[in-house]
Design a protein around this ligand. Structure first.
Ligand SMILES: NC(=O)C1=CN([C@@H]2O[C@H](COP(=O)(O)OP(=O)(O)OC[C@H]3O[C@@H](n4cnc5c(N)ncnc54)[C@H](OP(=O)(O)O)[C@@H]3O)[C@@H](O)[C@H]2O)C=CC1
Ligand SMILES: O=C1OC[C@@H](O)[C@H](O)[C@H]1O
Length: 365
């Protein structure tokens, strides 16, 4: 077989925080370890509020690679910019990058509200650039296989989906300025953890061909605040999908004070179940149960997925391929799904009474 010459994709990184480090480490993993031969990734520059921090990040995470430029600002000459700042900075950082004609991969939640996202989508169209939320779980091989099995027919239609993402942040022992507690940084469970339970509902229900990409017909929600700051410590939200061909519901929750459950997602179909192990943002294992005529389990299969790296590189491969092919959005996690996410979150916050402090939302509906 002829050797493919891979495209070298140059990334500019904005932020020197926790997730930026995880993403950059994955960019440095040899793509061949995950059987990817058409793209390779190169970290070209790191932007921070401080040039010293940027250099310290390059030394620590990328072995001091002299070809990587460190900037005390966010201007870079690259194929795409990855944004890993706190939620409430995504809009401004992404807009600046888009206006500079850059392709953008922006961390989840892509913005604080749907109005900000609509404004970014319009800007991306105007400047003819690729734009995607970094909903990394969508691109992992396990998710692709869950989707294939869910839609292949032998389980029947999905009826009920339960998904929870909890993570104990030790909220009594972290500063009030921590991004998870600070309302000016969009703190709380919903915006930080909520994208993942919602992602599984989008994959299994919204994307189900019988739903024909129809938005939920009902959203009901309740939020519980922390005793410390006015952000949600836990939130529950339910979605109903009802079309002529699909009648299904999702019961979703997230918490910043509890540990994760062993099984984070359960998708119940007419003739079986899919049970996905935690962590639900990069699960390595799921189980499929087939149910017979009398309601008992007739067959059970466990599937395990392993790869080198943390799982963030799959979304990087998607961005590189989309940009190479001149696509402006991903077919797997396009603008419509991020917009659905932000619309659901706006409604959950409305019902739950979570208002951001004045000035946090840069665009209002
Ligand atoms: N996909 C995933 O698995 C994960 C995604 N995330 C998402 O990534 C984003 C960042 O999270 P995380 O990396 O944990 O956050 P961190 O606090 O670790 O890092 C955020 C970085 O943003 C920069 N920054 C710019 N302005 C501010 C500000 N006013 N306050 C604090 N930091 C600022 C800082 O870099 P500098 O000082 O260099 O400018 C800082 O290091 C969030 O939106 C979160 O939802 C988080 C964890 C996992
Ligand atoms: O995206 C995320 O996934 C893992 C969580 O621990 C983190 O807080 C969140 O931002």
């Amino acid at each position: 077989m002829a050797e493919i010459t891979p495209v070298t994709f140059r990334w500019g990184i904005i932020s020197t925080g926790k997730i930026a480090e995880a993403f950059v480490k994955d960019l440095l993993v040899d793509p061949k370890t995950r059987d990817v031969h058409d793209v390779v990734h190169k970290v070209a520059s790191v932007g921070s509020r401080s040039v010293e921090k940027a250099q310290e990040f390059i030394d620590r995470v990328a072995g001091g690679d002299k070809s990587i430029k460190g900037f005390g600002s966010y201007e870079e000459d690259v194929d795409a910019i990855y944004i890993g700042t706190p939620h409430t900075y995504h809009y401004t950082n992404a807009l600046d990058a888009i206006k500079a004609g850059k392709n953008v991969l922006c961390e989840k939640p892509v913005t604080c509200n749907a109005a900000e996202l609509r404004s970014l989508i319009a800007a991306a169209k105007e400047h003819n650039v690729f734009f995607m939320e970094a909903l990394w779980t969508r691109f992992q091989p396990l998710s692709l296989e869950v989707k294939r099995i869910a839609e292949e027919g032998s389980l029947g239609q999905p009826v009920l989906l339960h998904a929870d993402l909890s993570g104990n942040f030790g909220i009594h022992n972290i500063p009030l300025t921590h991004r998870i507690l600070d309302p000016t940084l969009g703190g709380g469970a919903l915006l930080d953890l909520g994208p993942y339970p919602l992602f599984w509902a989008i994959l299994a229900l919204y994307e189900n061909p019988a739903n024909n990409l129809t938005a939920p017909t009902n959203i009901s929600a309740s939020m519980l605040n922390t005793p410390i700051t006015p952000v949600d410590s836990s939130t529950i939200f339910n979605l109903t999908f009802s079309t002529s061909k699909l009648a299904a519901q999702a019961s979703l929750s997230c918490s910043i004070t509890l540990n994760a459950l062993e099984t984070g997602v359960t998708i119940r179909f007419e003739r079986g179940n899919i049970l996905i192990s935690s962590p639900i943002y990069c699960p390595k294992k799921f189980k499929v149960q087939y149910i017979g005529e009398n309601g008992s389990i007739t067959k059970e299969e466990t599937r395990i997925f392993e790869y080198v790296g943390g799982g963030w590189h799959f979304q990087a491969d998607e961005v590189a391929r989309c940009v190479r092919d001149n696509k402006k959005e991903s077919a797997l996690w396009g603008h419509d799904k991020s917009l659905l996410e932000m619309t659901v979150f706006d409604e959950v916050r409305r019902q739950g009474g979570y208002k951001f402090p004045d000035g946090v939302e840069k665009v209002l509906a």
